[in-house]
Write a protein that binds this ligand. Sequence first.
Ligand SMILES: Nc1ncnc2c1ncn2[C@@H]1O[C@H](COP(=O)(O)OP(=O)(O)OP(=O)(O)O)[C@@H](O)[C@H]1O
Length: 332
Amino acid sequence: MSTVIVSELRKKYVSRIRKGFLKYEVKVVEALRGVSFTARKGEVFGILGPNGAGKSTLVKILATLLLPDSGEARILGYDVVKERDEVRKRVGISMSVEKGFFYKLTARENLKYFGMLYGIEGPRLKTRVDEVLREVGLVKHADKMYEEMSLGMKARLSIARALLSDPEVLILDEPTLGLDPVSARRIRGLLLELAHKQGRTILLTTHNMFEAEILLDRVAILVDGKIIAIDSVDALKQSVADSVFVEVRLSGAPQESLKKVLSNFQDIRLSTHHRDGTVEKLTLVVPVKAADEALERIVHEFRSQGLKVRGVSVKEPTLEDVFITLTAHRSM
Ligand SMILES: Nc1ncnc2c1ncn2[C@@H]1O[C@H](COP(=O)(O)OP(=O)(O)OP(=O)(O)O)[C@@H](O)[C@H]1O
């Protein structure tokens, strides 16, 4: 059953940049350029994309915090623009870990405050606050002041707040951003439980490929305001089955020499991003049919440029390889 249905959402930002006394330049950014997808009950659905792709814009619209220019989005059948209040009653939102809590109140007091705002009253409020504290594993820290909590605890508190109204859908913007690996793992475990065991739909944004691989049932790859692929991580990996991903290990090769060699191979793309310095390891994306011959040539070329090749091996593509294959052209 689809709980979130998004069709053809568009959003532009128009800003004025000051260019001098009474002089402005108008800048238009098309943050969303016709985004459509559906998310189902009980799944963790992720929106993955580079900086500025439009992820926050998309989740803010779904969370009823921003109006789209056109298109439609329905959550549990309710329109996020025309039936905003109905959506808000049914959707738990966590936009940013640090925002919106009272620093001098404890975790429990913060939750009580927000519970009251959501209209939960009397003994029900205390029970519900205890329930969500238990759910996110914060009972032990319930009486800690917000300002004294670790980042991981704050992230869990933010999810606890989103759960107060017992929503069927959760919208989370970068729920593990900035967390240490142990705290991030804990949050991921919690999200899997909330979706797979309790049947909630979780819609989240992430930059983190590793997280996407282990957490998401399906992922939409958003680039420049457009979704370029939607599927399970496994299916996305399958979609690049006509390419071989080859890892080449080098002894500190300078960027310039690599660029020179690779510019001679139109059919080979570079998957790994390197910005500067020397390169120890790179992943090449090679069409299956040309693999044997192309690899031999490229290793030969590397060597003739004086680059020391320490090893060449074929590897399983990661989501990052898929992402870069789908989004980037040759990039170095
Ligand atoms: N209030 C705003 N005014 C003008 N431009 C904006 C505004 N908010 C976002 N943008 C622009 O819209 C585009 C999409 O931004 P958005 O924050 O949605 O991307 P994002 O994928 O969430 O990026 P990040 O991963 O860096 O948070 C970017 O080019 C951004 O600069």
